[in-house]
Design a protein around this ligand. Structure first.
Ligand code: 2PG
Ligand code: MG
Length: 422
């Protein structure tokens, strides 16, 4: 069914980090209005599509998005209003052509992704289906993903000395999505009590995970195992497993990884991961090495690729060409999927297809800067990725994604879907 656009509008709003972002609304034929809130990263990858920010130091430290608002209300609206599109792919192609740059820098990836997500909602609304159903048939059979809750934060998302960015729990063995969300929330509460009991100050990171003063990653993982057990769950690959986003690009310089002040070569770090995998129920390591250390990634994949999921985030930036290059070299076996890293929903689906065809797992993810927009929950369910991370089971912008999964499960069409990894 074709989608006819009446108008495209944007306003500058705040994201969850108190930084400006975009709220986009599309009025479609019939008068319905569909919206999107645009996410943004803090630890962004070098190959990400480029956001349009004002760079005016007098407003929000240069982070304002009034130029992006002007691009949407002006050029993008003028190009799209009154036109009909037969598919989201045709719509996104028009956006990409209008921008005309390989990295979306002219109109901004933030502008494009907001308009594209709103259009995805527009197509679903025009056909009278739920958003997740609009993705059915495009990739794998739909299912509820295992939520990966970031309950202990470090790196650039926290102000502590812990170098690893995210320590996550994944209730792999939960029977349903509702039970998985419950496990996440109960373990989060258990970790809070545990930190309090041990006298560890628990500030929060940007994604709602606790940010205690720790230095060694193993100390963080021990806390996770203790919290899982304290909440009455089984820490294990079949119960509640652990996942880590090391975000290693951030502690890599001049060929050396520095963790808690200690220098590591790629091989030292690979050996440390092997030891961690033997000691803790780790099912996934994200950005275990830096985005420029492809030789290290080859050895990491050879060493651990048959035991854990090795996911690339900064490494791939949801970019189909970069993923294809890595597949050729046998690097990693899973890919973070973030629509704003590439700039449109259609290109995101394309990246996912390349992963599927190569046998790489897909891990749909939020950004550290979020709004209550829960698009990624629908995307993960409809494309059947089996994996989603959206931060802690706390703070409105994070909980919105998990709550959306619960709402889908409670809906007529959603209650027949199964839960779990694929
Ligand atoms: C990541 C993300 C989200 P950011 O590294 O995976 O958790 O962080 O959005 O800051 O890039
Ligand atoms: Mg990451």
């Amino acid at each position: 069914m074709a989608l006819t656009i009446r108008s495209v509008r944007a306003v500058e709003i705040l994201d969850s980090r108190a930084r400006p972002t975009l709220s986009v609304s599309l009025e479609i034929a019939g008068g319905a209005v569909v919206r999107a809130g645009v996410p943004a990263g803090t630890s962004t990858g070098a190959r990400e599509a480029v956001e349009l920010r004002d760079g005016d130091p007098r407003r929000y430290g240069g982070q304002g998005v009034l130029r992006a608002v002007a691009a949407i209300n002006g050029e993008i609206d003028a190009a799209l209003a009154g036109r009909s599109f037969i598919s989201l792919a045709a719509f996104d192609d028009a956006l990409i052509a209008l921008d005309g740059t390989p990295d979306k820098s002219r109109l901004g990836a933030n502008s494009l992704v907001g308009v594209s997500i709103a259009a995805a909602r527009g197509f679903a609304a025009a056909t009278g289906t739920a958003l997740w159903q609009a993705f059915v048939g495009r990739l794998d059979f739909p299912r509820f993903p295992v939520p990966h809750f970031n309950i202990l934060s470090g790196g650039v998302q926290a102000l502590t000395a812990l170098d690893f960015q995210e320590c996550m729990i994944a209730p792999v063995g939960a029977p349903t999505i509702a039970e998985a969300v419950r496990a996440g929330a109960e373990i989060y509460a258990a970790l809070r009590s545990l930190l309090h009991g041990r006298g560890l100050v628990a500030a929060l990171g940007d994604e709602g995970g606790f940010a205690p003063e720790l230095r060694q990653p193993e100390a963080a993982l021990e806390l996770l195992v203790d919290a899982i057990a304290a909440a009455g769950y089984h820490p294990g690959l079949e119960g509640v497993a652990i996942a880590v986003d090391a975000a290693a690009t951030r502690f890599f310089a001049a060929g050396t990884y520095t963790i808690a002040g200690e220098p590591h070569s790629s091989d030292d770090l690979i050996a440390r991961y092997s030891e961690m995998v033997g000691r803790f129920p780790i099912r996934l390591i994200e950005d275990g090495l830096a985005d420029t250390d492809w030789a290290g990634w080859e050895r990491l994949t050879a060493a651990l690729g048959d035991r854990v999921e090795l996911a690339g985030d900064d490494l791939f930036c949801t970019n189909p060409s970069t993923i294809a290059l890595a597949v050729d070299r046998g690097i990693a076996n899973a890919v973070l999927i973030k629509p704003n890293q590439i700039g449109t929903v259609s290109e995101t689906l394309h990246a996912m297809r390349i992963c599927r065809d190569a046998g790489y797992r897909r891990f749909v993810a939020h950004r550290s800067g979020e709004t209550p927009d829960a698009f990624i929950a629908d995307l993960a369910v409809g494309t059947g990725t089996g994996r989603l991370k959206a931060g802690a089971p706390a703070r409105g912008e994070r909980v919105a994604k998990y709550d959306r999964l619960l709402q889908i499960a409670a809906g007529d069409a959603g209650c027949g879907l199964t839960y779990g990894l694929r």
